[in-house]
Each structure stands twice: as C-alpha cells, then as structure tokens.
Design a binder for this molecule. Structure first.
Ligand code: SF4
Ligand code: SF4
Length: 97
C-alpha cells in the first residue's frame, strides 16, 4: 500500500479517531470503552464531541495504543483513508471559518 511519508500523526488532530470503530473478535480494548451500535455490534464508544473515548486528549493520540482494535491497527498513517479523512477535516474546518 502506498503511503505519503509527509503525513504524520504527530502533525494531525487525530481525525481518524472520530470514525466509527467496530470491535472484532480477538480485540481486547478495556471494557469501559465499549458501546453497541444500533445493530447490536460492539464498537468503541464516542464522547459527545464525536471522538473515541480512548483518545488521550492532551497528546491527541490513542490512549490504549497497545490494546487498540484491529480496525485502528490497520489504519495506515499516510495511506489513502488517512489522507481522505484529513482532507474532509480540512474542508469542514474551512467551511466553519
Ligand atoms: S492515521 Fe492519519 S488521520 Fe489518523 S491521526 Fe494519523 S495522520 Fe491523522
Ligand atoms: S481506539 Fe485509539 S486509535 Fe482507535 S479510534 Fe480510539 S483513540 Fe483512535
């Protein structure tokens, strides 16, 4: 998979941590961070502002890095989905100015 080395999580507002995250068999995030979606699937819970509850708000990075679900582990920094979610974020931020 092609990734853009110019894109770094350290230079990002953790945009991808607002995306829905399904928790799969074999994942083991702390139970108090779990929720169920409308179809009854296990997901990472979200705070009222839309970010995953496991996000470390001071560092703006995953607060359960070693236990993060498969979906998060597969989300490549600088990959196509990452670039797309960053573009969406930028568009929304500009529209709010
Ligand atoms: S993976 Fe991409 S969207 Fe997610 S925090 Fe890192 S740079 Fe931002
Ligand atoms: S578990 Fe970690 S990497 Fe995954 S969405 Fe939540 S804060 Fe982000």
């Amino acid at each position: 998979m092609d990734t853009d080395p110019a894109i770094q999580c350290s230079d990002c507002q953790a945009c991808c941590c607002q995306l829905p995250v399904r928790v799969l068999p074999g994942d083991a995030p702390p139970e108090h961070f779990l929720d169920e979606d409308e179809d009854g699937y296990l997901i990472m819970a979200k705070a009222d502002d839309g970010w995953c509850v496991a996000l470390d708000r001071e560092q703006m990075c995953c607060g359960i890095y070693e236990q993060r679900p498969f979906v998060c582990r597969e989300f490549a920094m600088g990959g196509g989905d990452c670039a797309e979610v960053r573009d969406d974020w930028r568009r929304i931020a500009l529209s709010l100015r």
